[in-house]
Design a protein around this ligand. Structure first.
Ligand code: ADP
Length: 457
């Protein structure tokens, strides 16, 4: 059975109430029951004292000389709430019983050696009985006095109480269920409002936000949380749009250049040297395009979170040494020297393949943008396991520092224009550093150089 949220609350509350009310009813019934019987037992004890004061005993025999007179006064007829008396001797032989018992005999337990109370019946009448042993001076039991009192009145009260409780119980539950259901429906009205408002928000009006209630309660928190979520979704969508626009622009530019170059070549016959020069340019563009697509695919893969990290102990010195070999030709062309100030035991526990991509981008940039005849220092700080890659290149102007980690962002100067690049290297490095739990920070001053610091936070 599928219940609405409102009815689920009502049902749960009704179950909780059923248990509580049931327990309260049980306690009430029990208290009334115990009180009623205590009163009966007290009456029986009073009656016992009175009877015992009217009998005597000598040796084994009980002397009842005053009993007939007493009975005459007390129990001549069957009363509304009659008291019954019965005396038996030590052998269980009946010595005396009140006239209101007529031919009936009160239930008697010969084995009972101390005072005892129990319920029994005389005909159809329910009675409460007390049985008391009578002892002589030597402490021997010479007889038993049994006092019975009708418990019809108490039984009727208890029966009425039980009937009332049984009828009231389900009725109360139904009323409670309906009341809670009504209260719950009022309570969730603001949630329904939020649902309605949220249902009206789609890609078209993703900038819309849910109305905030006046009370700063849980509903307010829910609406605020959904609004924050909407804000993140909106920013994500905007970034996505921007990325698509940037990516198509970045891909179209080299394609247009390639097309233009090839068209120029087709227009007329040219010298072989001219062909060679144009074809080299086209190859350069194709290489740039292919590098960009590689980086775009890598970025997409890492942003999807579809990449697994396999941590192992990575020694920093040999890793940078092998990376520098890849850049050897360019370093030689620009006469850049690389100074690896890293002890051989310096290591991180991280994913070697992903760290290699990060370091390759940072080292590649230092070489690509560094001055000819410049120097690159790689410094390891053991105390906080931090690696710094510092070049004495042109530096990055301050206004660009906050943007260089944005996708496709390239510092727009003659140097960057002359250096082949995609503007995807640093965003990729940042993404991977985040993925590996490494902190990547940048310090740069125009004319002095740039340094990237990488370390565990
Ligand atoms: P690119 O493919 O253009 O190198 P990156 O994302 O790696 O893309 O770098 C973004 C921009 O940051 C570069 O275009 C460059 O202008 C600037 N940059 C990065 N590293 C350095 C550096 N070591 N020295 C000077 N400028 C740098």
């Amino acid at each position: 059975m599928k219940l609405s949220f409102r009815n689920r609350i009502a049902l749960l509350s009704a179950i909780a109430s059923a248990i509580t009310i049931g327990l309260v009813f049980l306690v009430v019934y029990r208290v009334v029951h115990v009180t009623a019987y205590r009163h009966l037992d007290e009456d029986i004890l009073l009656e016992k004292e009175e009877v015992l004061s009217n009998i005597r005993w000598s040796g084994d025999s009980i002397i009842l000389e005053q009993m007939p007179e007493w009975e005459e006064n007390e129990h001549q007829q069957i009363e509304v709430n009659p008291t019954f008396l019965q005396l038996v001797d030590g052998g269980g032989e009946l010595l005396f019983r009140t006239a209101n018992l007529q031919k009936d005999i009160l239930l008697f337990d010969p084995k009972l050696s101390s005072d005892g109370f129990f319920n029994s019946r005389i005909g159809s009448q329910r009675i409460r009985q007390g049985q008391f042993p009578i002892q002589n001076e030597q402490g021997e039991i010479i007889g038993h006095l049994t006092v019975g009192i009708s418990q019809e009145e108490s039984a009727i009260v208890l029966h009425n109480l039980l009937t009332t409780l049984w009828i009231a119980f389900p009725l109360l539950l139904v009323v409670l269920f309906l009341a809670t259901s009504l209260a719950a429906s009022k309570g969730i009205a603001p949630v329904k409002k939020l649902i309605q408002a949220a249902a009206g928000i789609s890609e078209v009006n993703i900038n819309a936000r849910l109305p905030l209630p006046e009370n700063k309660d849980e509903i307010y928190q829910l609406a605020t949380t959904i609004n924050e979520l909407l804000h993140r979704v909106e920013s994500g969508m905007q970034r996505e749009k921007q990325f698509t626009a940037d990516a198509s622009h970045e891909i179209r530019t080299p394609l247009t250049a390639i097309r233009g170059t090839l068209e120029v070549l087709l227009r007329k016959q040219r010298e072989p040297a001219q062909y060679e020069e144009k074809i080299r340019r086209v190859i350069g563009e194709v290489d740039r395009l292919s590098a960009m697509l590689d980086q775009l695919l890598q970025l997409a893969r890492f942003e999807n979170g579809s990449v697994s990290v396999f941590p192992s102990q990575v020694f920093v010195y040999p890793l940078l040494r092998s990376l520098s070999e890849k850049w050897q030709t360019l370093m030689q062309q620009k006469n850049i020297s690389l100074n690896l100030n890293i002890p051989p035991e310096a290591n991180w526990t991280t994913d070697v393949a992903l760290l290699e991509i990060v370091l390759d981008n940072l080292l590649g940039n230092a070489i690509k943008y560094g001055h000819s005849g410049g120097q690159i220092d790689c410094i390891w700080r053991e105390e906080n396991a931090t690696l710094t890659l510092r070049d004495n290149g042109p530096g990055i102007p301050e206004e660009h520092l906050s943007h260089v980690f944005d996708r496709f962002y390239r510092v727009d100067d003659a140097r960057s224009a002359a250096v082949p690049g995609t503007g995807l290297g640093l965003p990729l490095a940042k993404k991977l550093a985040d993925l590996l739990g490494l902190r990547l920070s940048l310090h740069s001053r125009v004319g002095e150089g740039t340094s990237f610091e990488l370390g565990f936070p």
